[in-house]
Design a binder for this molecule. Structure first.
Ligand SMILES: [Zn+2]
Length: 257
């Protein structure tokens, strides 16, 4: 794997803590599932069926075989001779009881069981990553998503960071501008003069009027973008390049013949 996964003779730097990688994308992770917790959340559905779906055949069966008529699952104590599965489910129910309020599943608005809601509850308190929709959208290419994600975590392998990790680099200076400042995430994504000029040139080329000091996403959102104009501009540029390529190819053939 790109972030983890050292192999024999090849030690890979772990850029982001595994706990963070396992968070859902909107909480700043990569949505890699923690198998044990996901299994637990999936098993939780069985408990929910016992509580709510008394007409489901297997729920009906355990209610009749294992529990007394006036007993519910929360107060039930499994006997030692009951099946291993039944005892395991009962051993886990205390942890799952926090998902219920007076017998009603409270993690979804309609009370229907959701494995992912239970799984998120097991992951504990997480902060929403405000920039998540800037990274995980259909415009970004996979590589761009990963670079942006690492940048938001302040984990890009910039020269300054490499040096801090005691990895030898020739110098730590930004190679894009000539300001002689350290190549850090903050510099590359916000302060670098070269990057900002490139951004302005790109915006001008596409006819987008980005407000001054629009470093705030809310301000960016208000920017009016003429999609049709941008498409026309790209088509025009493409046409020019194709025509130029055809012309050069034609003149090369004329010269050679
Ligand atoms: Zn720079």
């Amino acid at each position: 794997m790109f972030l983890w996964g050292s192999s024999e003779g090849h030690r890979k730097i772990s850029l982001v803590a595994w706990d963070n990688v396992c968070k859902p994308k909107k909480y700043g992770g990569l949505n890699v599932k923690r198998r044990k917790l996901w299994n637990l959340a999936s098993v939780g559905k069985l408990l929910w069926q016992i509580v709510n779906k008394k007409d489901v055949l297997w729920a009906k069966w355990v209610n009749e075989i294992y529990m007394k008529a006036d007993e519910d699952i929360w107060s039930h104590e499994p006997s030692q001779d009951s099946s291993w599965y039944w005892r395991r489910l009962n051993a886990l129910k205390d942890m799952m009881s926090t998902w219920y309020d007076r017998g009603v599943y409270r993690l979804t608005s309609n009370g229907q069981y959701s494995v992912s809601s239970s799984y998120n509850a097991l992951l504990g308190n997480m902060n929403i990553m405000r920039e998540a929709d800037l990274i995980w959208n259909c415009i970004m290419l996979p590589r761009q998503r990963m670079i942006s994600w690492l940048a938001y975590q302040n984990k890009l392998l910039t020269k300054e960071r490499l040096q801090r990790m005691h990895i030898q680099v020739e110098n730590t200076v930004c190679c894009l501008c000539d300001d002689g400042v350290d190549e850090t995430d903050q510099h590359l994504f916000a302060e670098c003069k070269w990057i900002n000029e490139a951004r302005t040139v790109l915006a001008t080329w596409m006819g987008i009027d980005i407000p001054q000091k629009a470093r705030n996403w809310k301000v960016y959102r208000q920017t009016i973008v003429n999609n049709g104009g941008i498409v026309t501009q790209i088509q025009r540029e493409l046409k020019e390049r194709v025509l130029l390529a055809l012309f050069l190819e034609g003149s090369r053939k004329t010269r050679c013949s």
